[in-house]
Structures are given as C-alpha cells and as structure tokens.
Design a protein around this ligand. Structure first.
Ligand code: ZN
Length: 109
C-alpha cells in the first residue's frame, strides 16, 4: 500500500493509474512494488510526472537499494512514450514529455 500524507491509501496499481501518464503505468507499478519489496513503508507525498521525468516524493524510510530502484525507473521514464509505453524520445515544444514516433504530437513539430 502507498500511504499518502492526507491519510488515504492506494495499491501501487491505483497510484500509478491516478498519478502518471498511461504509457508509464507498468513502469511505475513495477517501481512501487519493487520499493515495497525492498522494505519501503510506502509513506509518500506525491508520485507524478514533472518535466517529462517520473518523480516520487516520499517521507518514508529510504535505502541505497531503493535509490537504485528509483534511479532506474526515473531513467526508464525519460525514454518511455507517455502515451503507449513504447521506447520514446524527449519531446520539447511547449511542454516536455517523452513520446515514441507515432505519438509525437505532429501539429507541434
Ligand atoms: Zn507512443
């Protein structure tokens, strides 16, 4: 369970669904489950996409192992299409998000 500051709780699946672009769903669910498996207590302030990169703000216990899990997910998010989850590239134009070729907004290029 992910435990938010405001007291509500979510499964990693719900947290991913509610917080990040659809294409990152699997990546975020895996990260949260890996963190919990590594002994994380799930205390978190926020999970979100910021400037095209996955961000986790946590108040919980933290270890080097969790750092490594988070670093990996963060690095993966940077090159994962925010729409479909396929490999993508950072797209800067008005906003910043990674997209695959198919989902790069064409009207903005
Ligand atoms: Zn895509």
């Amino acid at each position: 369970m992910i435990k938010y500051m405001n007291g509500h709780e979510e499964t990693p699946e719900q947290a991913a669904l509610n917080s990040v672009p659809t294409g990152w769903y699997n990546l975020v669910v895996k990260m949260l489950n890996d963190l919990l498996a590594a002994g994380w207590d799930g205390e978190t302030a926020q999970i979100k996409e910021k400037f095209g990169v996955l961000r986790l703000y946590t108040n919980g216990n933290w270890s080097e192992e969790m750092d490594a899990i988070y670093d990996k997910a963060e690095a993966d998010s940077f090159k994962t299409c925010a729409v479909c989850g396929e490999p993508g590239e950072m797209f800067y134009k008005g906003w910043i998000s990674p997209y695959c070729k198919e989902h790069t907004p064409k009207d903005r290029t």
